[in-house]
Design a protein around this ligand. Structure first.
Ligand code: ACO
Length: 311
């Protein structure tokens, strides 16, 4: 490899400049971005399923309209991210094929079921809250197209987080049964939400290199701690409890201590053995197959209306 190109890449990263699609980049940097961005895009697309489960049963027209808009936003996020990944020379078809073949991951969190309406609130508050905590620093990612896609995604995620919080607040202040339903949802989503940040730092295979390349700006544990600190006062305001008796303020460190995460559960979900892995991927494959006619029709239409090629 041309030493000048390597030096130019290293200097751009060191100076906090953005790497753009036409710039030279190390193969491993490209591969890491494709892996992370594909996983991120797949998470948005698979993440539509647990919430879509409640669209037909939303308790009012207002809640239904909000939930439909939110699920459509997730589809949009997936599409921006696939487009951003295409700038690295990989096609959307290729990434989707890898997802369907189980060769690329999506976030562990979407392998849990949405058992009650309150789960829609808990997903907004906790899952989208965790996503924002992880994604705001990605707006400063060294790869330009990914960083720019994250700006709009984070704005929309903030709206999602607030709608979840407001939904849970309404339930928490509602009847005794509604309050209990909200608490049950928080009990079930809290620990999986903490797992979204990835394995602990000493078990995170990619963190060190990704941080050196400024793809990641903070470690998994650092962001997880930040999230716990954000949630503790919010839970109090909601009148709900976080299901962890070990959460307490650590004066010396200026942050909350919290209990041990069940990493065996996380590993089981990553291996495909979570409560809904099978269902999620089957539904995704079916949706893809059933949508084949739409892709064919769109391609035929585009070909028909393409300006004639001059030879
Ligand atoms: N779910 C599934 N897989 C995960 C998760 C998770 N929550 N966390 C880590 N992993 C995987 C990694 O992909 C990696 O897999 P591999 O070894 O097969 O490549 C392995 O576990 C080891 O983890 P790390 O080395 O820590 O991986 P990485 O540096 O990529 O950090 C993280 C993981 C923090 C999730 C990072 O990829 C990231 O910030 N991604 C962008 C955000 C994102 O994808 N959000 C999706 C959910 S949010 C939403 O869609 C609403």
């Amino acid at each position: 490899v041309n030493a000048d190109r390597v030096a130019a890449f290293d200097a751009a990263v060191a100076a906090d400049e953005r790497i753009e699609p036409r710039d030279w980049m190390p193969d491993a940097y490209r591969a890491t971005l494709v892996r992370q961005m594909a996983q991120h895009a797949h998470s948005e697309i698979i993440g539509m399923q647990p919430e879509a489960n409640w669209i037909t049963r939303a308790p009012s027209l207002r809640r239904k309209a909000i939930l439909m808009a939110k699920v459509q936003d997730e589809a949009g996020h997936g599409l921006y991210l696939y487009s951003a990944a295409e700038t690295l020379g990989t096609s959307r078809e290729e990434l989707l094929d890898k997802l369907h073949a189980g060769r690329q991951r999506y976030s562990s969190i979407f392998n849990y079921p949405t058992l009650t309406w309150a789960d829609v609130g808990a997903i907004g508050w906790l899952v989208d809250g965790a996503a924002i905590t992880n994604q705001v620093p990605l707006c400063r990612c060294s790869y330009g197209p990914y960083a720019r896609a994250m700006v709009r995604i984070c704005k929309e995620e903030s709206f999602h987080q607030r709608q979840g919080y407001e939904l849970l607040l309404a339930l928490s202040r509602g009847t005794e049964a509604q309050h209990a339903m909200a608490q049950d949802a928080v009990n079930r989503w809290w620990w999986p939400s903490l797992m979204m940040f990835g394995p602990p730092d000493d078990a995170s295979s990619h963190s060190e290199q990704s941080m050196a390349w400024k793809i990641k700006r903070h470690s998994n544990d650092e962001l997880r701690r930040r999230f716990v600190d954000i949630c503790v006062p919010q839970a109090e305001a909601l009148g709900l409890e976080l299901p962890d008796p070990d959460i307490r303020w650590n004066e010396e460190l200026g942050r909350h201590d919290f209990g041990a995460i069940d990493w065996a559960e996380f590993q089981a979900v990553l291996k495909g053995n979570g409560p809904c892995n099978e269902q999620r991927i089957t539904q995704r494959r079916t949706a893809h197959e059933e949508g084949a006619w739409v892709r064919d029709a769109a391609a035929a239409y585009a070909a028909k209306h393409a300006p004639a090629q001059s030879s």
